[in-house]
Each structure stands twice: as structure tokens, then as C-alpha cells.
Design a protein around this ligand. Structure first.
Ligand code: ATP
Ligand code: TZP
Ligand code: MG
Ligand code: MG
Length: 271
């Protein structure tokens, strides 16, 4: 993918203003809504069993995030997910904290068994635990075990038959046939809660306007990483509070020329 193609997809987001239905966690709800508004999308959070099917079918994408799950929320996710599948609405899944408790792992696998998901976005530990590989988890944060994120993303994409967007210091996007690595982002993103969750919803925004969901995921992650780099450069010696606000500003202002100058997307050749 070229930087110009990525900038064009961002332009389409701003022109089309897609509605994105989020069933997400209580920690990140406000930050997610503000991040999607800044980017040019129209967020809605809706959880009632009685309405989620109707909301999902009129949305451009549905984002399911199990950060503060309970049985009722999981039921809502499955109702919404089936409705999205019936109406060709792409579903993005963020398996927050999978591997840290048995309930989370069981529920994540249940959702994947019942709903056809276009993109799974998570840190390395979450992606590994989703496919039954051991990778240490500390609550919702990835531990590290020195594994290879490219091989992990490719193998998870093959086994789950979906697109994997595996994030961390480097981000990897793979559908098992085609793989990209994105070298943008900034370590201060790890000091603001919900930056992973917001990114999953941003992938919903991009999937709503770009039918090729592999390109949508690469574009969303790149735009996000470039905005973070600019925000960090504008808030030096400040801290996560100032960064978080400036990051929202940059999601809103980001220009095509900045994507061309700063983005770093590498296509990984398959053996
Ligand atoms: P975790 O809970 O492990 O932090 P997460 O769900 O919050 O996971 P991240 O993997 O932190 O998600 O990804 C969120 C964003 O932060 C992505 O854009 C990613 O590229 C970026 N990011 C994470 N760590 C770094 C880092 N060390 N350097 C640069 N960018 C990073
Ligand atoms: N606890 C449950 S969900 C959540 C926390 C702290 C937010 C996790 O956000 P992210 O984006 O994975 O850092
Ligand atoms: Mg994080
Ligand atoms: Mg997360």
C-alpha cells in the first residue's frame, strides 16, 4: 500500500462520516467516541438486547470489545454480530485481556464461534491466547515472551480465518496470504488507557469505507501511528495528559502530506 492510497482512504472517512456501532468497555467509552468524532466518523454505543440488532444493521461497522465483559454484554455482542453478518456489516473484535481469566478466554472463543469477524485487533498476548498459545498476560496488558509477531499474526490469521491486526512496538496486519508491518506509533500510547481499544474502533471506521479490509486495517493503523507521532512531537516533556488531548487534535487535523512524510509501511514477503 502506498501513503497516497492511505491518505485517500482517510479522505473517504471524512467525506462519508460512517456510523460505527461500538459495544465496548466502560473504561474507554468516552475516549472512543471522541476519537471517532475527531477522525470524522459518527460513533454510537448501544447495548440493549432489544435494540442492538437494529443498530448493527444500519451501521457501517460493528466493533465488539470485551474489556469489561459480563454475560449480558456477551449476549448483546452475539445478537449484534449475527445481525451485522446478515447485513454485510463488517465486524471488528478486540479480545481485551484474553488469557488473563478463563471466563474472558471462553467468551472470546464463543463470540468467534458465533460471529463472522472481519478483523481481530489485539496485543501479542491476546492474539496468542486466542489461538491457545501461551503468552503471559498482566490484566489487560501484554507481557512478553520474545515470540515473533509476524509468525504469530500469520498463524492466527490462518487458524481463525480472519484478518489479524497485532499491535505493540511494531504493528503487523495479516490475512495469512498477505502481511504488512507498520513502523509508526509512539511509546507514550502505552501510558494512556484505551489507546488499543480506540484503535480497534478506528479499524471499524476504515472498514466501513474500504471494502478491502486488509487495506482498511493497514490504513487505520498507519493513520493512528502517524497522528500519535505528531502529537508526541507537539507535547514534548509534558506527559500522557497533554499527549491524549493533542492526539485527538491530530486525528482531526492529519493531512495527506504528513501521512506521505511520516508513514512507514513495509510489505512482508512470504517465503
Ligand atoms: P496493551 O494493553 O498491551 O498496551 P493495547 O490493546 O493497549 O495493548 P497496543 O498494542 O498498546 O494496544 O496498541 C495501541 C497503539 O499503541 C498502537 O497504535 C501501537 O502501534 C502503539 N504502540 C504500543 N506500544 C508501542 C511502542 N512501544 N512504540 C510505539 N507505538 C506503540
Ligand atoms: N480494564 C478493562 S478494559 C481496560 C482496562 C484498564 C482498558 C484497556 O484499554 P487498552 O486499549 O487495551 O489499553
Ligand atoms: Mg496499550
Ligand atoms: Mg487492549
Amino acid at each position: 500500500m502506498t501513503a497516497q492510497e492511505i491518505a485517500k482512504i482517510l479522505d473517504n472517512v471524512r467525506k462519508e462520516n460512517p456510523l460505527v456501532h461500538n459495544i465496548t468497555n466502560v473504561v474507554v467509552t468516552n475516549f472512543t467516541a471522541n476519537g471517532l468524532l475527531a477522525l470524522g466518523a459518527s460513533p454510537v454505543m448501544a447495548y440493549a438486547h432489544e435494540e442492538v440488532a437494529d443498530m448493527a444493521k444500519i451501521a457501517g461497522a460493528l466493533v465488539l470489545n470485551i474489556g469489561t465483559l459480563n454475560s449480558d454484554v456477551v449476549k448483546a455482542m452475539i445478537i449484534a454480530g449475527k445481525s451485522a453478518n446478515d447485513h454485510d456489516v463488517p465486524v471488528i473484535f478486540d479480545p481485551v485481556g484474553v488469557g488473563s481469566t478463563k471466563f474472558r478466554t471462553d467468551m472470546a472463543r464463543k463470540i468467534l464461534a458465533e460471529v463472522n469477524v472481519s478483523i481481530v485487533r489485539g496485543n501479542a498476548a491476546e492474539i496468542a491466547n486466542l489461538i491457545g498459545d501461551n503468552w503471559s498476560m498482566k490484566g489487560v496488558d501484554a507481557g512478553s515472551n520474545g515470540g515473533n509477531p509476524i509468525e504469530l499474526a500469520q498463524s492466527a490469521a490462518r487458524r481463525l480465518n480472519t484478518i489479524i491486526a497485532l499491535t505493540g512496538k511494531e504493528d503487523v496486519v495479516s490475512d495469512s496470504n498477505e502481511t504488512y508491518m507498520i513502523h509508526n506509533g509512539h511509546p507514550i500510547l502505552t501510558k494512556v488507557t484505551g489507546t488499543g481499544c480506540l484503535l480497534s474502533s478506528v479499524l471499524g471506521v476504515f472498514a466501513a469505507v474500504e471494502k478491502n479490509h486488509l487495506f482498511a486495517a493497514v490504513s487505520g493503523i498507519t493513520v493512528y501511528g502517524v497522528a500519535a507521532e505528531i502529537a508526541a512531537s507537539k507535547t514534548p516533556h509534558k506527559g500522557p495528559g497533554s499527549f491524549q488531548i493533542e492526539f485527538l487534535n491530530q486525528l482531526s487535523h492529519l493531512a495527506a502530506e504528513e501521512i506521505v512524510q511520516i508513514s512507514s509501511v513495509e510489505k512482508i514477503e512470504h517465503p
